[in-house]
Write a protein that binds this ligand. Structure first.
Ligand SMILES: C[S@@+](CC[C@H](N)C(=O)[O-])C[C@H]1O[C@@H](n2cnc3c(N)ncnc32)[C@H](O)[C@@H]1O
Length: 199
């Protein structure tokens, strides 16, 4: 299991990360993919739980399964979210999801797939649980940042088999998904929305 190192844990477990997710990332993802009212949503790598809150409040999902590999993160998310209705925080691996085929309307990836050594396995799993017409909302971090000489000393990410935004989009397209829209910040960071099947 590849856990976040102490620096990255500090970067994602704080009120500023929550504010960035709310005021910077959510508006971008919303502009690209629109809301998902009444959806059954899955968030992978839910971290401290802010994503799940936003998926309910801002995107309008009825039910959110927020899954994280690291049980410490799950505990933190549960503590922060209390008994927010419609949110279930679970420990689990996004390459082996505890969900039935075609059971989810919306997938959320706030900076998680780049942590998975065999990231293509995660995409296979996410594709498996997504219903036809489901929307993917993703913020991802790419090879140029992950493998940068400075960042690879500070953060702990797999260094092999990384991807850029075009390769990430192509991997979804190869599984029958269509790009709804994308944005990026340099070559290291990007947002995108995709739909399963043809819109
Ligand atoms: C960079 S943090 C992002 C946390 C949160 N999504 C955010 O935006 O603040 C990546 C998260 O993914 C989790 N993670 C890493 N590999 C995972 C996997 N294979 N399945 C599920 N979660 C995973 C980590 O434990 C961590 O909480």
């Amino acid at each position: 299991m590849v856990k976040l190192n102490i620096v990255e844990k500090a970067l994602v477990n704080n009120p500023f990360r929550a504010l960035a997710q709310r005021h910077f990332e959510t508006p971008r993802l919303m502009a690209l993919g629109g809301p998902c009212p009444g959806a059954c949503a899955l968030e992978i790598g839910g971290g401290q739980g802010e994503g799940a809150r936003l998926i309910r409040e801002q995107f309008g999902a009825a039910q959110v399964f927020s899954l994280d590999l690291d049980f410490e993160m799950v505990r933190r998310a549960r503590r922060r979210l209390g008994d927010t209705p419609g949110v279930l925080c679970l420990q689990g691996d996004c390459t082996a999801l505890p969900l039935a085929d075609q059971s989810v309307d919306a997938l959320f990836d706030f900076g998680v797939v780049h942590h998975v050594p065999q990231w293509q396995d995660a995409i296979d799993e996410l594709d498996r649980v997504a219903r036809p017409g489901a929307t993917l909302y993703a913020m991802e971090v790419y090879r140029s940042l992950i493998c940068h000489p400075v960042w690879k000393r500070v953060l702990t990410h797999p260094q092999e088999n990384r991807f850029d935004q075009a390769e990430f989009v192509a991997a979804w397209e190869a599984r029958g998904w269509t790009l709804l829209g994308e944005k990026h910040l340099g070559s290291g960071l990007g947002w995108l929305a995709m739909q399963k099947g043809r819109p």
